[in-house]
Design a protein around this ligand. Structure first.
Ligand code: SF4
Ligand code: SF4
Length: 449
């Protein structure tokens, strides 16, 4: 089986982002192959754990992928301050003699934003709403690299490493089958709060689960890398309760047009047209603008926002929500059929190097300092009795079930095949009996010991 076919068969998707099918990304030639190990959101441990634990496998696979892409540069980018991880990877590079370099990023958010990473490592700027490939780069997360290593040995993606951080007795790492209910993991995590919420992912871009039902229904997918547990009355939980209507009202009445949201926006800094202050300035008159041309002038820049959250979680002195208002504006632009022109040759602004958000300041602003620990996470086993494997864990069409209730499946078996078009295969991470197949997922009950 050729390289791309092996990755496709294994159902590999981007482990650190929205789950873009990796076989599509790798079906290319590129000058640079960049590995994203920046782990830029605070209170996530997974990528660091992988770099420390599997440095040889990572380096060897990076060499293989770079060879497949025809890349003349293979670079693993991580924060320079991650010394243990830097040393482990450098040791592996020295041992193997692989033509792989390390790039030490400064400690800022969002160092791991794909387009920021490309600019930092190569000096090139990805076009607005473009792909790294537009400037000769392919970027994969370090977890994706390890999934590719498995794929090349015929092992599909069926389990996931993830960290649990925040209001827990200690930071932990877990390795569980896809579809594991997060409640099974939380049971082992020794949560220190009675009433808590969980963010799936990091505090800036993760998905907030506030009520018990939402927590009970959530399962581990191919893109889950972290669970952040917070007290139910934490600042981030309360903040997530604002309604769209409240945010619009606050924008119209309290925005002082200081422009901090725009001036600190990482995408604005790499030269993209993103001007959240303009969106905020114009929200009050949104319903009265009849001309599409005028509407685009007021709200068009929202389409270039990557939802990193710097504007609303760090920059805005008034505690407003420009990111959410960008999302609102995107919706309105779509409804009106407005698709602003793209700048295909943006150039990073002069201030790009000194207008960065120090991660420590961000942690303090998010009221998370008390959860920062310098201890290594403890690896913790969890016995999973049942899992609910979603059919959609990726960008593209949901996969199509190939099993039915009552079937027996072995760990690693294909349970849903990629649909036509953009889609991926899905495999089970546990052996057992298929209990139920719905349009959302496949429930598997494990074997009794
Ligand atoms: S969320 Fe805010 S800071 Fe981030 S890209 Fe969008 S406008 Fe810029
Ligand atoms: S930072 Fe806040 S107050 Fe300043 S322009 Fe942006 S939304 Fe308005």
């Amino acid at each position: 089986m050729d390289f791309v076919e092996a990755v496709k068969a294994a159902g590999v998707v981007g482990a650190g982002g929205a789950g873009f099918p990796t076989h599509v990304k790798l079906n290319a030639k590129a000058e640079w192959f960049l590995v994203n190990a920046a782990e830029c959101e605070p209170l996530i441990e997974t990528d660091k754990y992988l770099c420390r634990t599997y440095p040889d496998r990572i380096v060897e696979t990076v060499k293989t992928i770079a060879g497949h892409l025809g890349a003349s540069h293979a670079v693993i980018a991580l924060k320079a301050k991650y010394q243990r991880e830097m040393e482990a990877l450098q040791g592996a590079i020295d041992k193997s003699g692989a033509p792989v370099e390390l790039f030490g990023l400064r400690t800022f958010y969002p160092a791991g934003d794909e387009q920021t990473l490309v600019q930092q490592v190569t000096g090139r700027v990805v076009p607005e709403r473009g792909l790294p490939l537009d400037v000769g780069c392919v970027v994969d997360n370090v977890g994706t690299v390890l999934a590719i290593a498995d794929a090349l040995e015929g092992k599909p993606v069926s389990e996931k490493f993830l960290s649990v951080t925040g209001a827990v007795s200690k930071t932990r790492m877990f390795h569980v089958p896809l579809g594991t209910p997060i409640t099974e993991i939380l049971k082992e995590a020794e949560i220190t709060e009675h009433d808590y919420a969980v963010i799936v992912g990091g505090p800036m871009m993760g998905r907030m689960l506030k009520d018990k039902e939402a927590i009970q229904q959530a399962v581990v997918t191919k893109t889950t890398g972290n669970l952040l547990v917070l007290p139910a009355d934490h600042y981030l939980v309360r903040r997530s309760e604002l309604t769209e209507e409240q945010m619009i009202h606050r924008a119209a009445t309290a925005c002082i047009q200081c422009r901090m949201c725009t001036d600190m926006c990482p995408r604005f800094m790499i030269g993209h047209e993103v001007r959240p202050n303009m969106i905020m300035r114009n929200l009050w008159r949104e319903k009265s603008i009849s001309s599409n041309e005028e509407f685009e002038k007021a709200f068009g820049s929202a389409v270039n926002c990557c939802s990193c959250g710097v504007c609303e979680m760090f920059a805005c002195p008034m505690g407003l929500s420009p990111r959410k208002m960008n999302e609102y504006a995107k919706k309105l632009l779509k409804e009106r059929g407005i698709n602003p022109e793209r700048n295909m040759h943006p150039a990073a602004r002069e201030a790009v190097e000194y207008r960065k958000i120090p991660t420590e300041r961000l942690i303090a602003r998010l009221d998370l300092s008390r959860y920062v620990t310098h201890d290594l996470p403890q690896f913790t086993e969890v016995k999973v009795k049942e899992c609910m494997i979603p059919l959609s864990q990726h960008i593209g069409k949901p996969a199509l079930p190939v099993v039915k209730a009552g079937d027996h499946v072995e760990k690693g078996a294909l349970v849903a095949a990629a649909a036509e078009g953009l889609s991926v295969n899905i495999h089970t991470g546990m052996s057992g009996t298929v209990a139920e197949v719905t349009d959302k997922g496949i429930r598997i009950c494990g074997e009794e010991e």
